[in-house]
Design a protein around this ligand. Structure first.
Ligand code: HEC
Length: 111
């Protein structure tokens, strides 16, 4: 009985040693992606969509903070193909850059 408890404690300790660094690595990778997205956004999008996602266009451009988590495909589609006054970015931005902008939007809106 004692051994079983000890064993499961041991297993929990070992597991947390495995899981903890993975989680913090994932966080670091996430933070780097968000930082990259912030840069791409400020270079390519902030002119029209507002500094730091704060849309001051008075409704002329879309407020990107309105996008919900489930709107990712709509976001990627609009960025690649454009929409009315919104220029298409296919060929100008690669998927990694577009994904990083999405990560930046999510990190800003969902916190
Ligand atoms: C030249 C100005 C301009 C730039 C630069 C610009 N946009 Fe837009 N964007 C617009 C306008 C205007 C709209 C509104 C389009 C409409 O619905 O008529 C829009 C709409 C959008 C939408 C919403 C489309 C939808 O589903 O309704 C997304 C997403 C978007 N832009 C993302 C971006 C991203 C990301 C960048 C930077 C890579 C960017 N835009 C750069 C002008 C711009």
């Amino acid at each position: 009985m004692k051994y079983r408890i000890l064993r499961s404690l041991g297993a929990a300790a070992v597991l947390s040693f495995i899981i903890w660094p993975c989680a913090s690595l994932a966080q670091t990778a996430g933070a780097a992606q968000v930082a990259a997205g912030e840069r791409v956004y400020s270079d390519y999008c902030s002119n029209c969509h507002g500094e730091g996602l704060r849309n001051t266009s008075g409704g002329v451009t879309f407020d990107l903070r309105r996008l919900r988590d489930e709107d990712r495909d709509r976001f990627v589609g609009a960025v690649l193909d454009g929409k009315r006054q919104m220029p298409p970015w296919r060929g100008a931005l690669d998927m990694e850059q577009i994904e990083s902008i999405w990560a930046y939007i999510r990190a800003t809106v969902d916190r």
